[in-house]
Write a protein that binds this ligand. Structure first.
Ligand SMILES: CSC[C@H]1O[C@H](OP(=O)(O)O)[C@H](O)[C@@H]1O
Ligand code: ADE
Length: 308
């Protein structure tokens, strides 16, 4: 599959998490399953049209039948395949635990910070195992402009839905390795560290989106109180499943309400401006020791810097 021209580029992408394996009110256009230099994505990517005809891309993070555990999600192939389709703005939906009493299950959140508690078993860079070195800026791990933009439309969409779902912002999410949930001691420790939410999926997705110069935000949907609450059972998958379906319905409503506006904002506004071009100064200068095969591989995600 060769790189898309601007005319058939799909600017907006959505990654669905646990419980969110499709979106609503879209017209199916085609399904694509590109083999990237990092393998195949979690599942074929659905290209579908909004009522206006604008096309968006949807990918189920754990695969259509939820066959990839968080540690095994082929995140590099996912981000590379979306980038090839033309995606420049990406919303990841995720089921998360809450580390705060005032963020109950059912709440939606737009985190702005991440604490990395993954264990180094997930490939987290497109530059890994190549002769090209890059250090992407990650102080603000989510696209600041995108997060700021999303706050209003999501709040409005939740109000319109009328189920009383609240949106909270400026939260810090801990990303743990899993697949087992945290111990009570870990859950308490994350609270002391300043964590507000916890999941197993936002990394390396957010790092790879940054390396691919895709503006990325996480819409975190709270399913449980994790394991820190005294005199309360620690989180179980059964507890998570209780809230998953309602959260997925609300996620579909939110996506259905905001995607057209998001497309217009990405096309005409400045929400992509901080990430676009950001890798130019993050990549170490070209040297004779860099292997051409590595540069060819990196061209797949960053054609602007590796075209020769
Ligand atoms: C099903 S409970 C744990 C599982 O759910 C979340 O997945 P996702 O972020 O894809 O919604 C969490 O990160 C864990 O992977
Ligand atoms: N408590 C929790 N810990 C990690 N990931 C989660 N996903 C949903 N709830 C979670």
């Amino acid at each position: 599959m060769s790189s898309n021209t601007d005319e058939d580029a799909v600017l907006v992408g959505v990654i669905g998490g646990s419980g969110l394996y499709h979106l609503d009110n879209l017209t199916f256009v085609r399904s694509v399953n590109p083999e990237t230099p990092w393998g195949f994505p979690s599942s074929p990517i659905t290209i579908a049209a909004l009522p206006s005809g604008t096309q968006v891309a949807f990918l189920a993070r754990h695969g259509q039948g939820h066959t990839f555990s968080p540690s095994a999600v082929p995140a590099r192939a996912n981000i590379a395949a979306l980038k090839l389709l033309g995606v420049r703005v990406l919303l990841g939906f995720s089921a998360v635990g809450s580390l705060r009493e005032d963020i109950p299950p059912g709440t939606f959140a737009l985190p702005t910070q991440i604490i990395d508690r993954t264990k180094g078993v997930r490939p987290a860079s497109f530059f890994e195992d190549t002769t090209v070195v890059a250090h992407a800026a990650f102080g603000d791990p989510f696209s600041r402009r995108l997060v700021r933009w999303l706050e209003g439309p999501i709040t409005q969409a939740l109000a319109e839905e009328g189920r009383g779902v609240k949106l909270v912002t400026e939260k810090c999410i801990v990303c743990m390795e899993g697949p087992q949930f945290s111990t009570r001691a870990e859950s308490h420790m994350y609270r002391q560290w300043g964590g507000d939410l916890i999941n197993m999926s936002v990394l390396p997705e957010a790092k790879l989106a940054r390396e691919a110069e895709i503006s990325y935000a996480l819409i975190a949907t709270v399913t449980d109180y994790d394991s820190w609450r005294p005199n309360t059972d620690a989180v179980t998958a059964a507890e998570v499943f209780k809230t998953l379906r309602a959260n997925a319905e609300t996620s579909r409503h939110v996506a259905g309400t905001i995607l057209q506006e998001l497309y217009a904002a990405a096309l005409h506004g400045d929400i992509l401006s901080e990430e676009a071009g950001s890798m130019q100064s993050s990549i170490m200068p070209r040297s004779a020791q860099q292997k051409q095969a590595d540069r060819d591989k990196l061209r797949y995600v960053l054609p602007a810097y590796f075209s020769d």
